[in-house]
Design a protein around this ligand. Sequence first.
Ligand code: PLP
Length: 440
Amino acid sequence: MRDLIEADLRHLWHPFTHHGLWGGPDDPVVVIERAEGNELVDTEGRRYLDAISSLWCNTLGHRVPAIDDAIRAQLERVAHSTLLGLSSRPAIELAAKLAALCPGDLERVFFTDAGATAVEVALKIAVQRARLVEGDATPRRHLLALDDAYHGDTMGAVSLGFSPGFHRAFEHLAFPVGRLPRDVDGAIAAIRAAGAELCAVVLEPLVQGAAGMLVQPPGFLAAVAEATRAAGALLICDEVATGFWRTGRRFACEHEGVVPDLLCLAKGLTGGYLPLAATVVTPAVFEPFATGRADGARTLFHGHTYTGNALGCAAALAAVDELERLAARGRVAALEQRLARALAPLADHPHVLEVRRRGFMVGVELVADKEGPRRFARAQRVGHKVAHHGRDHGVLLRPLGDVMVLMPPFSFSDEEVERAVAAVQRGIDAICPEAARTTA
Ligand SMILES: Cc1ncc(COP(=O)(O)O)c(C=O)c1O
């Protein structure tokens, strides 16, 4: 065990981690070795209820028999073959399945391997399509993304979600992206102002996850979709976090009857088993790439070695079926109600400014005092400490700043939902009063 930790400290570079703190008293290294159902088990045998679905992707928990079996069966055939110049059975079957499940006429699927790359390819499709349709001199070059957008960490995605606090070092590499305000009138005004120069609007529909589980006002998505269409631009919905029933419906856009031109999926696609993502587009988006002369201009020059990986697609086929079965049995709706009931008392807690929830995406915002509100000093790392308290008591949490996130898998029992919420409450009680006394 000590050897493993020493090797971690010597060789691993963890994402979004300050390595001056990693391994210290506030950030002890926990090494996960296996899982059972909804719990992860570390090398010491300690168990952690995975209340964040391992960063929002293990929608069905861990070691799901149907997904395990599908991967084993695929291993007996072939683990990977390229989609460049060849096709593959699981990739075809998954593309057809997604076409059947996605709203409207979203039916053409480009596979990549992460949420960021799903967005990256969507951007490139939109930009290249504008040139194909309107010619190289097209003014449609302008992109709009929401305030505090997060779409991943490749440079295109960073440009969409540019934040001086995080990305200053890359400022000279990021391309300009206009900001879409979060209120309906402001958003419509920004879209109208861009007019014929607008290439695409990119947004997370209904809930901005990484921004702190910010829930959009009802009608916002539909209004943005309508204004985008009126401007002759494309709507790219990033459902990397919201897709696959996370908001209580299969896709968040369905809440407002919106069919985007491009839809980005990842995280829950394989039930969190393997890195696979999909960018699904309508025939109108795809056709300019498939008509006219067979020259380079109409080829989408994008691809990854593991595009359409067979094991990933096999896992996704099983995960999507499993989740559809749960939803059809009413378990998704029942669990959502249970979660809402368990969370209700937290809203009155003196250190909880707001409980934001849409479906299974939950953000509990912590404050030193509701009056003001008075926030904790950033250096106090209150969210981090509450999460650690949860972990020390057997529930895995990960905050966004001082917003405690819950994103339970659909495989949670009612009792596990209550355990997860209770862990947040106990963590707040243990950490916040003292932190509020000492905050500046
Ligand atoms: C909405 C959204 N888009 C994109 C991403 C990036 O996904 P990945 O980490 O798989 O690149 C995330 C990750 O949290 C996300 O929440």
